[in-house]
Design a protein around this ligand. Structure first.
Ligand code: FAD
Length: 453
C-alpha cells in the first residue's frame, strides 16, 4: 500500500514539475525552523535566496527547541569541541545582533536578549568523577571548586556531602540561552536578507528528479497543497528527519533515534519566596543553571535552570538527560502528560538540591506548575550530524545537507551547526582553525559511509 501511495505521489510531482514555470525554482530550501534550520537559513541568506519552511505557526508549541532556556556553557579548553561550538556560536550571535541593529531603526537588539550570563554549577560524586574532576581542573574559564564539606561551606555556603564536589564556572555569555528569542531573531535576519520564512508549511514529500529537489507542501492553515522545486535543500526537521528523508536518504531512520524526555516546572510558594532574605535569594539565583550528578547514577542525574520569572517568582525547570523512553507516535508525543513517577522524580531532585543549598524552602512550598514531553534525537555516539547525503551511487552529494541527532547538546552551538551546514552547501570553509576542521569531520559524511557499508 505504502509503495502504491509513493508511486502516485511521484506521478503527481512529475506532472506538477512539467507544468511549473521555470522561475519557480528556489536556490535553497530549508526544511524545519527550529534552532538548526533557522541558524542554517540565516547563514545561507547572506549569499543566496532562501526559503525556510516550518510546519508550525509562528508561535511554536512543539519541537526540541521549544522553550526559553537552555544551558549554554564552555570550559574554553581548546580541545573541547562543545566549548568550540558554543564560543563560535556566541560570536555568530554577536554578528546577528549587529546586523539587526544596523538594518532596523529600532537598534534595540541586545546579546542579553539571547544569553543570561550566570555561573554554571556542576555537582558530581567524587569517587566516580575522578575524570570529570581532572577535566574541570584543566579548564580555562574562571571557576571555583569545592570537594570537601568544609570547602562547600566556605566557598558557597552549601551543605556538601563528603563524597560530592561542586564546581561553579564563570564565563561571559555562559549560563542560559533563549531558543525562542534566538529563533525569532534569526527569522528576522533571514527576512531582512530578502529570504522568506513560511510557517504552517509542512513538507509532505521530497524527491530528487532530474537534478532538482521536488518538494510537496501542505499549508496547515488552509489545507492547500503545492509543489516547489529547489536546487539545494537543508533538512533540519529534528526528530522527523528519518521520516522526511525516507525516499532520499533512508539510512537516517536508523542513524537517528528519537526518544521522549520530559520537563517539569516548579515555583516556590510566593509568600515563602518573598520572605527569603537577600543572601538566600542570591544563593538561589547563583545556583542555576546546574547539572547535578551528585547521586552518581544516570537515573539520579538532572539538569535544572530558571526558565523565566512570573509575577516576580522564578519558574524552575528540571529534566533528566537519561530520563528517556520510547516514542509510540511522534506527532502525539508532545502531548503526553508527565506521570506521577516523573513528577516525583522532578520534585525530589529539586528538593534535594534546595536542601544541599540550605535554602529555607519546605516540601509544601515547592509547587508543580506544569510539565511537557519533548524529544531528544540521538545518534549512537550522541554526537550530532551535519552532513551531505549520499547519492544513489554512494557518492557525497553536497546539494543536500542534513542536520540531525542534536539530542540534548545542540542549542548552545546552534549558530555553528548552521554555519557548517551553509559551508557544505556553499562548498567553502568559513574558518581555518583546527577545531572547525575537526567538528566538520566528526559530524560529517564518513559516519554515513561507514553506516551504509
Ligand atoms: C529537554 C531538552 C533539553 C535540552 N537542553 C539543552 C541544553 O541545556 N543545552 C543545549 O545546548 N542543548 C539542549 N538541548 C538540545 C537543543 O535544544 C536541541 O539540540 C535543538 O533544539 C534541536 O534543534 P533542531 O532544530 O534540530 O530541532 P527542532 O527544534 O525539533 O526543529 C525541527 C523543526 O522542524 C519542523 N518540522 C519537522 N518536520 C517538518 C516538515 N515535514 N515540514 C516542515 N517543518 C517540519 C518542526 O516543527 C520543528 O520546528 C535540549 C533539548 C531538549 C529536548
Amino acid at each position: 500500500m505504502k509503495k502504491a501511495i509513493h508511486f502516485c505521489s511521484t506521478i503527481v510531482i512529475l506532472f506538477v514539475l512539467s507544468c511549473a514555470p521555470k522561475d519557480d525554482i528556489h536556490e535553497v530550501i530549508i526544511i524545519g525552523g527550529g534552532l538548526m534550520g533557522s541558524a542554517s537559513a540565516w547563514h545561507l541568506s547572506q549569499d543566496a535566496e532562501v526559503l525556510l519552511l516550518e510546519k508550525q505557526d509562528s508561535i511554536y508549541d512543539s519541537g526540541s527547541s521549544l522553550g526559553q532556556a537552555r544551558i549554554a556553557r564552555s570550559s574554553n579548553r581548546g580541545s573541547d569541541m562543545w566549548s568550540y561550538m558554543h564560543n563560535t556560536s556566541v560570536g555568530e550571535v554577536e554578528k546577528l545582533i549587529d546586523f539587526l541593529n544596523e538594518k532596523t531603526d529600532e537598534g534595540g537588539f541586545k546579546m542579553s536578549d539571547i544569553y543570561t550570563t550566570q555561573p554554571v554549577s556542576y555537582l558530581g560524586k567524587l569517587t566516580i568523577y575522578d575524570k570529570l574532576l581532572a577535566s574541570l581542573i584543566r579548564q580555562e574559564v574562571d571557576y571555583k571548586m569545592a570537594d570537601t564539606p568544609a570547602e562547600g561551606k566556605s566557598m558557597f555556603d552549601v551543605d556538601l556531602p563528603a563524597d560530592v564536589l561542586l564546581q561553579r564556572e564563570y564565563n561571559y555569555y555562559s549560563g542560559t540561552l533563549n531558543p525562542e528569542q534566538l529563533i525569532n531573531y534569526l527569522h528576522e535576519g533571514v527576512k531582512l536578507n530578502k529570504g522568506q520564512v513560511k510557517y504552517n508549511t509542512e513538507v509532505k514529500s521530497l524527491e530528487k528528479v532530474n537534478g532538482l529537489y521536488v518538494i510537496e507542501l501542505h499549508d496547515n492553515s488552509n489545507g492547500v497543497s503545492t509543489v516547489l522545486k529547489a536546487k539545494q535543500v537543508v533538512s533540519a526537521a529534528g526528530p522527523y528527519t528519518g521520516e522526511l528523508l525516507g525516499s532520499i536518504a533512508p539510512y537516517f531512520k536508523d542513524l537517528i533515534n528519537p526518544q521522549r524526555v520530559f520537563l517539569a516546572y516548579y515555583k516556590i510558594r510566593k509568600s515563602i519566596y518573598e520572605s527569603m532574605n537577600e543572601s538566600d535569594l542570591q544563593k538561589l539565583k547563583d545556583a542555576y543553571p546546574v547539572i547535578n550528578s551528585s547521586k552518581g547514577t544516570r537515573d539520579g542525574t538532572f539538569f535544572s535552570m530558571i526558565e523565566y520569572y512570573e509575577d516576580g517568582i522564578p519558574v524552575i525547570k528540571v529534566g533528566g538527560h537519561f530520563q528517556r523512553s520510547d516514542i509510540e507516535e511522534m506527532d502525539k508525543v508532545w502531548d503526553v502528560a508527565l506521570d506521577e513517577k516523573e513528577k516525583d522524580w522532578s520534585f525530589n531532585s529539586t528538593m534535594g538540591y534546595f536542601n544541599l543549598l540550605g535554602l529555607p524552602i519546605n516540601e509544601e512550598d515547592l509547587i508543580y506548575d506544569h510539565g511537557y514531553s519533548c524529544v531528544y534525537s540521538l545518534t549512537d555516539n550522541e554526537v550530532p550530524l551535519v552532513t551531505p547525503v549520499l547519492d544513489p551511487n554512494g557518492k557525497e552529494d553536497n546539494s543536500m545537507v542534513v542536520l540531525g541527532g542534536m539530542s540534548g547538546v545542540g542549542a548552545k552551538g546552534a549558530m555553528t551547526y548552521g554555519m557548517l551546514a551553509a559551508d557544505i552547501i556553499n562548498d567553502r570553509e568559513s574558518r581555518t582553525d583546527t577545531m572547525y576542521t575537526h567538528a566538520r569531520s566528526v559530524m560529517g559524511i564518513s559516519r554515513l559511509v561507514d553506516f551504509v557499508k
